[in-house]
Design a protein around this ligand. Structure first.
Ligand code: K1U
Ligand code: ZN
Length: 186
């Protein structure tokens, strides 16, 4: 991504954070609600967006960077020619879900290179607190609906592999244990 010369107030200090890899107890923990929009939260949001775009990914939840607060970021605009739409959601809540479902082959930045079909409501209405301190509400469908549900699951300590049968889940978990061991040795 091209950056303007000289620091801009928004991007001057964005820092890529490291992403926790499953299994990790922090990824199985239900996160605490955010009480106030603080400068520390704004910094975390910028860092999470930087980390997500760099990965690359379409979403990221705070526990994936070791922060057990109910905050997620996402941008499901996949077309590199289209305008990005970075979103930051605090205390997100699904307030309505469609009866019809869709199946998407999901991945997770905390479970690298593993993919599996997950069935979820095809459309959801989500309410959240924005960094502007205002309440927001929006209907999501398509990839946006899949992604926001995947990220809200993270805030509840749930991973996409928890939707799979025990054999498949154990196989993926063993692969991740090995990946972490290999990375620690390297
Ligand atoms: O939460 C995460 O781990 C991020 C995850 C979000 C997600 C992916 C697929 C379905 C639901 C939620 C990812 O972003 S994995 C990477 C990914 O899907 C992707 C990466 C580059 C381009 C397009 C997609
Ligand atoms: Zn994930």
């Amino acid at each position: 991504m091209l950056r303007a010369a000289g620091p801009s107030p928004k991007s001057a200090r964005m820092t890529k954070r490291s992403i926790l890899i499953h299994p990790d107890p922090r990824l199985k923990t239900a996160c605490d609600p955010v009480a106030d929009v603080t400068d520390a939260l704004r910094v975390l949001a910028e860092d999470m967006l930087e980390t997500m775009y760099d990965a690359p990914g379409i979403g990221l939840a705070a526990p994936q960077v070791g922060v057990l607060s109910r905050m997620l970021v996402m941008d499901c605009v996949k077309d590199p020619e289209a305008k990005p739409r970075p979103m930051v959601l605090l205390n997100p809540q699904v307030i309505a879900a469609s009866e019809d479902t869709s199946v998407y082959e999901e991945g997770c930045l905390s479970i690298p290179d593993q993919f599996a079909d997950v069935e979820r409501p095809a459309a959801v209405t989500v309410r959240w607190l924005g960094l502007d301190g205002e309440e927001h509400q929006e209907d999501f469908d398509g990839l946006w609906a899949t992604c926001v549900q995947h990220e809200i699951d993270h805030l509840n300590g749930k991973l996409f592999i928890d939707y799979l049968g025990p054999m498949k889940r154990q196989m993926i978990t063993r692969r991740m244990v090995k990946l972490k061991r290999d990375r620690a040795r390297a």
